[in-house]
Design a protein around this ligand. Structure first.
Ligand code: ADP
Ligand code: MG
Length: 305
């Protein structure tokens, strides 16, 4: 499997009619998994101690149809860390994520200026292989969007499409990815059943497996728990927690408790002069307990936002 011919499969690869609608009921398996996966914040392995930036944005600005939506975001994202992106709705959080794997290319009238560097390379440079970029920077959306295919094919299809020719290798990678997201025991006896028959939480874990099976470096999650019930949300949250250290995770959430539990670093997006920008960034503990910006203080205390 070579990097250059791989691509993280995104909803754009499937027609709107094909994309699954989320089913938000928690299953008994989700509830059992919540118990099984429970990880207290204090049990976290130390990570990102070397503070090596993997993604770095420089003066990143985005316009839609000439209207500035996000302005001047300069931010390093550290390898192996979970970086939480928080802030009120409409302040550019999804836009920021979409810049990091050039999902913005697919929006007509969207103009990006400034730079996004991954391991020092500018992802907007003309020679960048978009397929390889999307493989390297995987993305999970708010609503689980498995393909309307079997559980097995949700994983083997992207592998096949992106260069893994051996059927037995595809099966083995599929098994590992399902184990990684804690789904294997739940689905191993019904791999050929439709993925859309899974509960919402299971579908979201399957989508995460679909991203992880292609071995990304960076995983972008845009409010991955907000369409799930509390039990399924807890399972997915614990799973994201388990990615710490192995992947660089950037997660947008408007659930501050969620960000506080999960994130090593937090960036607070806010509307300033009509466009979203970062008003505060730092270790989660500092942002939540000793915010520097008055708007952050009001936001984390629940007075604004
Ligand atoms: N495809 C689009 N076309 C036009 N405007 C958009 C588009 N996507 C987002 N916007 C605008 O950009 C701003 C930031 O949106 P978004 O990044 O979705 O914010 P958030 O994720 O923080 O809610 C909003 O004003 C939104 O209306
Ligand atoms: Mg958003």
């Amino acid at each position: 499997m070579t990097r250059s011919n791989l691509q993280i499969t995104t909803p754009s690869d499937v027609s709107a009619g094909e994309v699954a609608r989320a089913v938000t009921g928690a299953s008994a398996e989700d509830a059992a998994k919540a118990e099984h996966l429970g990880v207290a914040a204090s049990d976290r392995a130390p990570c990102c101690m070397d503070r090596e930036p993997v993604v770095c944005t420089e003066h990143l600005t985005v316009q839609y149809g000439g209207q500035t939506a996000m302005r001047d975001v300069t931010m390093p994202i550290y390898r192996g860390c979970i970086t939480g992106i928080v802030g009120p709705s409409g302040c550019g959080k999804s836009t920021f994520l979409n810049c990091l794997n050039r999902m913005t290319d697919m929006t007509e009238g969207c103009r990006v200026s400034g730079r996004v560097l991954i391991d020092g390379g500018d992802i907007n440079h003309g020679t960048v292989n978009l397929l390889a970029l999307r493989r390297r920077v995987g993305m999970i959306f708010q609503k689980p969007n498995p393909f309307p295919l079997s559980i097995r094919k949700n994983l083997t299809f992207p592998l096949k499409e992106h260069g893994v020719r051996s059927g037995s290798q595809r099966e083995s990678l599929m098994t590992t990815a399902l184990q990684q997201v804690g789904l294997w025991e739940e689905v191993k006896d019904r791999l050929d059943a439709p993925a859309l028959g899974l509960s919402g939480g299971q579908q979201q874990r399957l989508c995460l497996a679909r991203a992880l099976v292609l071995e990304p470096d960076v995983v972008l999650l845009d409010e991955p728990c907000s369409a799930l019930d509390p039990i399924a949300s807890g399972v997915v949250e614990d799973l994201i927690d388990s990615l710490r250290g192995r992947y660089t995770v950037i997660i947008v959430t408007h659930n501050l408790a969620h960000a506080r539990r999960l994130a090593d670093d937090v960036a607070v997006f806010w509307l300033e002069e009509g466009a979203g920008t970062v008003i505060e960034r730092g270790p989660a503990e500092q942002v939540f307990t000793a915010p520097r910006h008055p708007a952050t203080a009001a936001y984390v205390e629940g007075r604004r936002g």
